[in-house]
Design a protein around this ligand. Structure first.
Ligand SMILES: Nc1ncnc2c1ncn2[C@@H]1O[C@H](COP(=O)(O)OP(=O)(O)OP(=O)(O)O)[C@@H](O)[C@H]1O
Length: 483
């Protein structure tokens, strides 16, 4: 941003170039608005609406940071170089080197671009910075004649209550030279006002200057004045955003491309803002700025909900598949184990005698098939004792269908039933309750032992019953007592 002179000491005491208009002494009274010559009015004064109408208001230029007690009044002195109260406003000298040249302005306004520059006064040497050229003041607000507003306050816009107001200060760099800008002040104020949604009378073009070392550009100082004492926070922020997001539609064909330099108001973010995207692009300094800090890398990416759902679903399905596979394996091993024992698990019906204390596992299969089971086949085939092999049906009939009333006792082998064979022989029938390897071994051991041993103190084994799902030992019945 070009350096704008803050006070008279920074302003060169240079005689503005002569434009063929004789300087006039500055009026000293507020009641004397500037009376530029015909040529001046045509060339450099923005058009103003009537004092109380909506329209642009232009007053003395003040640099954005200037804080002082300078009086700003509606009847400002005629345009002058800031700090030179006795000098009339003259249009700035043509830029020393301008691609466009002052021909635009002169063509438009009849000002000769070839006017020879007037040598500067002998006093201080002009600094490299250009002075702010104050623009003609706005028409007086007749309602607030006695109002005196110290910096940074300023007079209210026409139609507003008579109270000093605090303006938003805006710096804008236009891609037109200073000569070309002055006659466009009114249009410029119109477009700024519409860009920030403010009434025309709230926009004051305070001054303009050549943009530093860019003679073909112009820095314009604009005050946006509130209708009341202050802008509310929302309005100020909205204006701030509108400006930085370049919502002002300045005609490129007239003003060229423009650049916001600063927007200053209490409570607003610093200028240029850092939050909005592209805001740095408006600042040459900010472009190269990079905040110091630790690069912690990219923040973790937010996980999509559908991804989580898919992951959970996949896990559940995998768990189900594993469970089913494990269950099938278990079943397979159990079946193979049963097969190894000769008893297909599914083929062993369980008959639970709920009544009585004897929990007997019986073969429920009422098969007519007789003969040893597959697992005992070889062992029973080797049995050469005198015990008879009974059919299951015979044992079942003898015990009245293994009726609970026939139970005479229960041991480790199983339940013992008493029964009567067809030939009238009373017998005690032990029914094997364990259909596992141990039960089978016990069964065989007892059969082997009792088949070979005969003693008066040993109960006599009359026979056995070995069918697919039944293992029974048939003894002579010992009446009246425990054996
Ligand atoms: N031949 C039999 N005559 C009458 N009752 C019997 C006969 N054999 C067994 N019992 C009855 O059945 C009960 C259990 O007999 P079992 O031989 O099974 O008993 P245990 O010898 O105690 O058992 P384990 O089979 O563990 O040796 C006996 O206490 C008896 O009351």
């Amino acid at each position: 941003m070009p350096t704008l002179p803050r006070n008279a000491s920074t302003v060169p005491h240079a005689e503005p170039p002569s434009l063929g208009v004789a300087p006039k002494p500055a009026p000293t009274s507020r009641s004397h608005p500037p009376t530029p010559t015909k040529g001046e009015r045509r060339s450099f004064s923005p058009s103003y609406p009537p004092p109380h109408a909506q329209g642009p208001e232009v007053s003395r230029a003040q640099p954005p940071q200037q804080v002082g007690a300078k009086r700003q009044n509606h009847h400002a002195p005629p345009p002058m170089i800031q700090g030179h109260p006795n000098l009339h406003v003259h249009p700035p000298s043509p830029p020393p080197v301008s691609p466009k040249g002052p021909s635009n302005g002169s063509k438009r306004h009849g000002v000769s671009p070839t006017l020879p520059p007037v040598p500067p006064e002998t006093e201080p040497k002009a600094p490299s910075t250009h002075p702010i050229w104050a623009l003609p003041p706005p028409p007086p607000n007749l309602d607030c004649k006695s109002l005196v507003c110290p910096e940074p306050l300023t007079d209210p816009p026409a139609g507003a209550p008579c109270a000093c107001v605090l303006p938003i200060k805006v710096g804008i760099r236009l891609s037109v030279d200073l000569y070309s800008f002055f006659p466009l002040v009114s249009d410029f104020a119109d477009e700024v006002g519409s860009g920030v949604n403010m009434a025309r009378r709230q926009v004051r073009v305070m001054g303009a200057n050549v943009a530093g070392d860019q003679p073909d550009k112009t820095v314009v100082l604009v005050h946006l004045v509130p209708m009341h004492v202050n802008f509310d926070k929302a309005t100020a922020l909205l204006t701030f955003q509108s400006l930085w997001s370049k919502k002002i539609s300045l005609k490129p064909s007239v003003f060229g491309d423009y650049e916001i330099l600063y927007v200053v108001y209490p409570g607003l973010p610093p200028s240029p803002p850092s939050a909005p995207a592209g805001a740095f692009g408006n600042s040459r300094n900010a472009r190269a700025m990079k905040p110091l800090g630790v690069d912690v890398g990219k923040p973790p990416k937010k996980v999509n909900g559908s991804v989580i759902a898919i992951a959970v679903l996949s896990t559940v399905i995998a768990l189900i598949i594993c469970t089913v596979a494990a269950w099938l394996l278990i079943l397979r091993f159990r079946d193979s184990d049963d097969m190894a024992q000769g008893y297909p698990h599914s083929a062993i019906p369980k008959i639970s005698r709920s009544s009585g204390t004897c929990n007997t596992l019986l073969a429920g299969r009422r098969s007519t098939q007789s003969g040893p089971s597959s697992s005992l086949g070889s062992s029973m085939a080797a049995y050469t004792g005198q015990a008879k092999t009974f059919k299951f049906a015979e044992i079942e009939k003898a015990t009245n269908g293994f009726d609970d009333s026939s139970i005479v006792g229960e041991g480790g082998f199983g339940c013992v039933y008493q029964g009567t064979l067809e030939d009238g022989t009373t017998v005690a029938v032990k029914v094997l309750k364990r259909f596992d390897g141990q039960g089978e071994r016990e069964f065989l051991a007892e059969v082997e032992m009792l088949g070979r041993l005969h003693h008066r103190n040993l109960v006599k084994l009359l026979g056995i019953c070995v069918e697919e799902n039944a293992r029974c030992l048939v003894y002579e019945l010992i009446p009246n007592g425990s054996v």
